[in-house]
Design a protein around this ligand. Structure first.
Ligand SMILES: [Zn+2]
Length: 89
């Protein structure tokens, strides 16, 4: 029996590779950029690791926007920072 493959994804900011469940999917929908906790939403997705620096850079640089081929609106940034605050201990 071959070992079960875990899908590997890459954080768009730090380029660190990790199993899908260790990363947070961000998806571009018609309503804007959303955090997709289940990884099931339709749309172009990008992955971020849990490092706060990566979320900061995703919000404050265009690296995430480029990965999603869009631009971040202030609402998008607000949603991302809300998710980040929730995740903080
Ligand atoms: Zn990262």
């Amino acid at each position: 029996m071959p070992p079960k493959k875990i899908p590997i994804r890459t954080c768009v900011v730090c380029r660190e590779k990790a199993g899908k469940r260790a990363l947070v999917r961000i998806v571009r929908t018609e309503h804007g950029i959303m955090v997709d906790p289940g990884g099931k939403m339709n749309g172009r997705g990008a992955y971020l690791c849990e490092r706060p620096e990566c979320w900061e850079r995703a919000m404050n640089t265009d690296v995430l926007a480029k990965a999603l081929k869009t631009t971040l609106t202030s609402e998008d940034r607000e949603r991302l920072s809300a998710r980040q605050r929730q995740a903080a201990p």
